[in-house]
Design a protein around this ligand. Structure first.
Ligand code: DP6
Length: 452
């Protein structure tokens, strides 16, 4: 049989013929990587469940994809029988929100053309195409590190490219990502991003807007302590619904607090004023978790380790800041719907913050630093220099918070910075087999965070 095929190929070596064959039912493939983002003014509570619009605007910093990312490849073909999806190697059911994004993209699909401008798929013909979606997160899914933000932003960006869509209004793709997961709208851009809640009934103004790109404040850094890799108990979606129904503090926050804070936050970011930025970041995280506590029954996302990290940051900030003006803040913690700490800081202070966290939450084994952090060199540099970096009287004060250095409570530490929005990848980077549309193993390229 094999010989017959080879013979056939030799006999009919007619390029035109093979091109026609190849173009008959081509497997179209696109790949993107996309970043997470961590809010500094939190989104919590929905106005409209179907459109997934928020009770208040929010703002965030997009993190560097070099350190944390989702990668998604999507194949479309007439030969595929149904829309299917694989996440981190396992096939999953495409949920309602994913289906909504797919449907919204299909509505605005354009003609797909080849490099010479010839139409390969006319927009009316997309109805005959199904997709296979393959996606990997390099960080724990569902543990409060905005995996849904990166995942849905990646999904929407890849689909938009594949279907060659045209936005019908400014921010349309961010509005589609919003319908997948609210925070995903903000991962559609790099740098400092605001998701404005919008006023219109069709929610066309509930979109994300980039306020400053990732190069605007290049000194901004984030130290992330992964406190748990477990999937969270209360999903954001159900948690925020219970809060909306039961927390009077949430209503107060959404109606009276956030608009002013967003404004102040944006000004502080644009002025590179870390004191104001840091204080607001911490206050807003505190208020979000106070809303969780005010929810009935209450929701606990932070645990004792999270609270210890808050204490350590508070001691650092009061040690360095002026008691009268409050200026001199160095460590701005924030927590999402999980126990992990994200500590924003400036590059000049990052080694101090990192070495303090690494002192109290050391790697379990000095031979496997690479399994504990995304940047083993930085970990070694900070821990080897800790005595120079941490003044002795600060170390004394920190010890008094009661934390005894021990490994195991923090599972992983990231050192990262702000980065760009979703990035289109060349065909060689596809994480599915471009002839079958099935996932391929790329674990060597996209190292998933290992948890000991
Ligand atoms: C605490 O965007 O995950 O991280 O829209 O229901 O998918 P859904 O919620 P999601 O909520 C994120 C909440 C948060 C705060 C934030 O990122 O602003």
């Amino acid at each position: 049989m094999g010989h017959e095929v080879v013979g056939f190929l030799h006999k009919h070596h007619n390029l035109q013929f093979f091109n026609t064959m190849a173009a008959f039912n081509p497997m179209l493939v696109e790949t993107y990587t996309a970043p997470t983002n961590i809010a500094v003014i939190k989104y919590w509570g929905k106005n409209d469940l179907k459109l997934n619009t928020p009770m208040n605007s929010s703002s965030s910093i997009t993190l560097d994809q070099g350190d944390l990312h989702t990668i998604t490849s999507i194949a479309a073909s007439k030969d595929l029988e149904e829309d299917r999806m694989w996440l981190n190697g396992d096939e999953i059911v495409i949920n309602g929100r994913g289906k909504t994004c797919l449907a919204e993209i299909r509505k605005i699909a354009g003609d797909r053309k080849d490099a010479n401008g010839n139409v390969i798929v006319a927009k009316e013909d997309w109805i005959n195409y199904k997709v296979h979606i393959v996606s990997i997160n390099t960080f724990p899914t569902g543990a409060g590190l905005a995996s849904s933000a990166a995942g849905l932003a990646c999904f929407v960006s890849t689909l938009a490219k594949l279907y060659n869509v045209s936005e019908e209004y400014e921010g349309h793709l961010t509005a589609i990502a919003r319908q997948g997961s609210g925070s995903a709208s903000r991962s559609m851009f790099g740098g400092f991003v605001e998701w404005q809640k919008g006023e219109r009934s069709d929610a066309h103004d509930s979109i994300a807007i980039q306020r400053a790109d990732e190069n605007y404040w290049p000194e901004m850094r984030a130290v992330i302590c992964v406190v748990s890799d477990k999937e969270k108990d209360t999903s954001s979606t159900s948690g925020m619904e219970t809060s909306r129904k039961t927390s009077t503090l949430l209503a107060h926050r959404a109606n009276n607090v956030v608009a002013g804070r967003i404004n102040e936050m944006e000004k502080s970011y644009l002025a590179k004023d870390f004191d104001t930025f840091g204080k607001l970041t911490m206050q807003d995280s505190n208020q979000f978790h106070a809303v969780c506590m005010d929810t009935y029954p209450p929701i606990f996302y932070m645990n004792d380790i999270s609270k210890t990290i808050i204490r350590l940051c508070t001691i650092i900030n009061s040690y360095y800041s002026d008691p009268i003006t409050g200026k001199g803040i160095k460590a701005a913690y924030t927590y999402d719907a999980g126990p992990n700490a994200v500590i924003y800081c400036l590059e000049k202070d990052a080694a101090l913050i990192y070495s303090i966290m690494a002192r109290y939450f050391p790697a379990p084994n000095s031979n496997s630093i690479g399994d504990y952090t995304n940047n083993a060199d930085y970990y070694n540099e900070c821990t080897n220099n800790a005595d120079n970096l941490i003044p002795a009287d600060l170390a004394n004060q920190l010890d008094k918070c009661g934390r005894v250095p021990a490994s195991g409570d923090v599972k992983y530490m990231f050192y990262t910075k702000s980065g760009p929005g979703p990035i289109h990848q060349p065909i060689e980077e596809a994480i599915l087999d471009t002839s079958t549309g099935l996932p391929i193993d790329v674990s060597h390229k996209h190292k998933r965070m290992r948890i000991s």
